[in-house]
Design a protein around this ligand. Structure first.
Ligand SMILES: *Cc1c(COP(=O)(O)O)cnc(C)c1O
Length: 385
């Protein structure tokens, strides 16, 4: 890690290992960003324009869909996808209880009601298609599978149900840029998809940004309109919209980083394989499982451990930036309390939440650093409570 503060632990000086190293990614694109931003500053063109269009084209091509609409963040992207599909008040949207709050937040913002379901108990932490089937009502309009931690949900198992019950499949692809399911990229698996370019995502901007993806030109036009004050042309407001445009500055960064994304994802896969190997003898650590047919992009490498709080504290003391994704299933948060789910409603998500631990993972992590992480984890797990 470049420029990291050195922390004195006892008498030993330790260089911390962060959960993610955004500085290392920046180093790879610093020149491109500087050149692109200098041109932007000279042109003084900060909203829209050729850099945003260029990024939309490049990202659509990368995912393998004809249409990409650049927006201000990933939460807006989900809301815009739902609103463009006509989902709103009185409608229900099914989504997993174990995801980042934004998935449900976007449904609330669209005026619809989130209906939560458990994740599969198969080590993937992905939405359970059988639970989705059981949660469908006459008011269900959409299912939002989340491609959690960097691998695609089994969307093909939701498709027959969606067809039969006339439901939209809206992918939350915020954590899965470049992931594939049976050779198709996440983001091209549903009726529409939303992604986030929050700085810590596999493809991260230097601030907030996001995108909506679809194969339908009509839907794409609606999305673009909603994200720009409901107006396809200046002062021609056809529907109530809002402002969710991507800053031109961010498009320059994202275009520069997109050229590295496939290689960065491959490096993440190598690092995940190394963790798998290093942890294979570790009885008390439950390693993540990749679903058959998936090419994983390892946004996060999440294990389950006993005594998680103690282990986390011990890792942090050793200068290791482990994280938790996510500590509280949505139905047990204050934000979702009005939905009325009791404790015990989603037993798999509830059992997992206090055990989840995300280990440092980024494309530039070294074998040495990973060995230090695993050594620290082993010693945390073997020290008496
Ligand atoms: C990051 C994220 C979002 C929201 O993205 P923002 O750009 O922060 O609004 C939505 N869903 C999931 C699963 C995410 O990880």
């Amino acid at each position: 890690m470049v420029g990291a503060p050195v922390v004195a632990i006892g008498v030993v000086l330790v260089i911390p290992i962060p959960l993610a190293d955004l500085g290392a990614a920046h180093a790879a694109v610093a020149d491109d960003v500087a050149i692109g931003w200098q041109k932007l500053l000279a042109d003084a063109a900060f909203i829209g324009g050729p850099p945003v269009r260029a990024f939309e084209c490049d990202y659509a091509e990368f995912i393998g869909v004809p249409h990409c609409v650049a927006v201000a963040n990933g939460t807006d992207a989900i809301e815009i996808a739902l609103r463009a599909l006509g989902v709103g008040p009185g409608d229900e949207c099914i989504l997993p209880a174990n995801t980042f709050m934004a998935t449900a937040g976007a449904v609330f913002r669209a005026g619809a009601t989130p209906v939560l379901v458990d994740c599969a108990d198969d080590g993937t932490y992905l939405i359970d298609p059988d639970a989705v089937e059981a949660a469908v009502t006459s008011r269900t309009r959409a299912v939002i599978p989340v491609h959690l931690y960097g691998q695609a949900a089994p969307v093909e198992r939701l498709r027959p149900l969606a067809r039969r019950r006339d439901l939209w499949l809206v992918e939350d692809a915020a954590q899965s840029q470049g992931a594939q399911r049976w050779g198709t990229k996440a983001g091209a698996l549903g009726d529409a998809a939303a992604t986030s370019f929050y700085p810590g995502k596999n493809l991260g901007a230097y601030g907030d940004a996001g995108a909506v993806l679809t194969t339908s030109p009509g839907l794409a036009a609606r999305m673009r309109m909603i994200a720009d004050h409901g107006s396809p042309r200046k002062y021609e407001h056809q529907v109530p919209g809002f402002n969710s445009r991507m800053d031109t500055l961010q498009a320059v960064v994202l275009s520069a980083k997109l050229r590295h994304l496939a290689a960065w994802n491959a490096a993440r896969r190598d690092a995940a394989a190394r963790y798998d190997e290093l942890l294979s003898g570790c009885e008390s650590v439950i390693r993540p499982r990749t679903l058959g047919g998936n090419e994983h992009v390892w946004h996060l490498y999440v294990v389950r451990v006993p005594h998680r709080e103690r282990v986390l504290a011990s890792l942090r003391n050793a200068g290791i930036g482990a994280g938790i994704h996510y500590p509280v299933p949505l139905h047990l948060t204050g934000a979702c309390s009005d939905l009325g789910y009791p404790r015990g409603a989603f037993p798999v998500a509830e059992r997992n939440a206090p055990e989840l631990l995300s280990l440092p993972l980024y494309p530039q992590i070294t074998a040495d650093q990973q060995e230090r992480v695993v050594d620290a984890l082993r010693s945390a797990l073997s020290s008496p409570a």
